[in-house]
Design a protein around this ligand. Sequence first.
Ligand SMILES: [Fe+2]
Length: 194
Amino acid sequence: MRVIDTTTAYATVSAGSAQELTLAELADFINQLHRLPTVEQITAQFASLLPRQRDYEAYRLFSAKKYARNLIARSDYAELLMLCWHSGQRTPIHDHGGSVGVVMVIEGSMTETMYEVAPEGHVRPYNTFRWCPGGITGAAVPDIHQLLNLQPPGRDLVTLHCYAPPLTVLNTFSPSSSRRRKWREGSFTGGAGI
Ligand SMILES: [Fe+2]
């Protein structure tokens, strides 16, 4: 399995981005959608965002129990969330139930491990990325991954997420069995879940 540091790759992707979109304008983009956005359209919006802490402070909320999901905007076609992670907090291994997803790192370093289903039914990792602030990772369907804050104790992670359509049902996977669990909206909203 490869471990890929994305610092250099992101410098290429972000070159030339105006980075002048405010978080409120990004929320307007979500609220005013009339159709499902593509991964490329969401990524372009994220790449244009200028993250200022005074703009996102209201959503920069952590939980001691597990990573916190803080809703910024939601429409029929997409949702925008800020996720806040203390060191050691992580998602289960999961897919997105048919939604596309784009994640941007705002503060700290995020680890992302990609999985695939092996012929005998278990999931196996095939890539691990380390994303630094400004790094954007997006995935079309299908995708199975895990997001983690593996920084030393005391180092927090803040990330911005867009899912289209909003997550309502998805699957979680175990590295030690072929069993899948189905998660539904309500079990992973309000600061808990994926
Ligand atoms: Fe995910």
